[in-house]
Design a protein around this ligand. Structure first.
Ligand SMILES: C[S@@+](CC[C@H](N)C(=O)[O-])C[C@H]1O[C@@H](n2cnc3c(N)ncnc32)[C@H](O)[C@@H]1O
Length: 243
């Protein structure tokens, strides 16, 4: 994925994100519960792709920590985190390329890794920065995510299956928890569905210009193919302990 495109789309969506990101909010709650179940106190937390702070808020409410490092592709994110945490260090930039903090005890990300080009490479890059027994806790999306959009437009990210992710982690991590499910959101019109995607930053599935004709064709195709207007989310939650 082109990170500039992802950055621009999320930056534009931030003001409307929290009121539209229903699924990401549920995931942040579930993920923070699983972090708490693994361990409730950490010295150093590093959150990747913190966005407007949905997960940051949940972690801050449930878990104690000494140092919090927060990262996002967009600098605007820092202002949102500053409203949640009195003290933190913001590391701006592409998490696949930045210099991470040392001695991480909790590495976490809510609804971010699906944007990464190569999860395997990312995990290998972060290993030297993890303490022994560090917790890796994240949510991402599986192969059926936005199946309606994939079906109609052919557009989609290179989603990994739960098993593919487990296979990447297995050599270096003990898997503590995995869960995969489907969640369908209902809409009144296909146009409403597209607006939902835009307001949650997900109109950067490819560098495609949505002309008036594209939007019209999408709406027609959707109505022809589906009886109800829904958008399927396919979340995967994983927690694991670094060996
Ligand atoms: C779906 S939002 C999730 C935001 C937040 N984690 C939450 O719980 O709502 C994805 C976030 O990941 C960020 N992001 C995407 N790719 C990234 C990358 N390569 N490095 C850092 N952040 C990234 C986006 O800017 C966006 O804020």
């Amino acid at each position: 994925m082109q990170t500039n495109l992802v950055k621009n789309c999320f930056e534009k969506s931030f003001d409307k994100y929290d009121e539209n990101a229903f699924v990401q909010k549920i995931l942040a709650e579930n993920l923070s519960e699983q972090i708490f179940a693994a361990k409730n106190s950490f010295d150093t937390v590093f959150e990747i792709g913190c966005g407007t702070g949905l997960l940051t808020r949940c972690i801050n409410n449930k878990i104690t920590f000494k140092k919090y490092f927060a990262n996002d592709l967009t600098e605007k994110s820092k202002n949102y985190i500053a409203k949640i945490l009195p003290e933190f260090t913001f590391i701006y930039g592409n998490a696949q390329k930045i210099k991470p903090p040392h001695n991480i005890d909790l590495l976490t990300a809510n609804a971010v890794f699906q944007w990464f080009n190569n999860l395997d490479k990312f995990i290998n890059y972060y290993k030297p920065y993890l303490n022994k027994n560090a917790i890796l806790a994240f949510s991402t999306f599986g192969k059926d995510n936005f199946s309606e959009i994939q079906n109609i437009t052919g557009l989609g990210l290179n989603y990994l299956s739960q098993q593919e992710i487990i296979n990447i982690l297995k050599p270096d991590f003990d898997i503590l928890y995995t869960n995969e499910y489907k969640y369908k959101l209902d809409f009144n019109t296909p146009l409403e569905l597209l607006a939902h995607m835009k307001n949650t930053g997900v109109n950067s599935l490819k560098k495609k210009i949505w002309s008036f004709k594209n939007v019209k064709d999408f709406c027609t195709d959707y109505m022809e193919k589906y009886e109800n207007i829904t958008l399927t989310y396919n979340p995967i939650i994983i927690t694991a302990k670094f060996k």
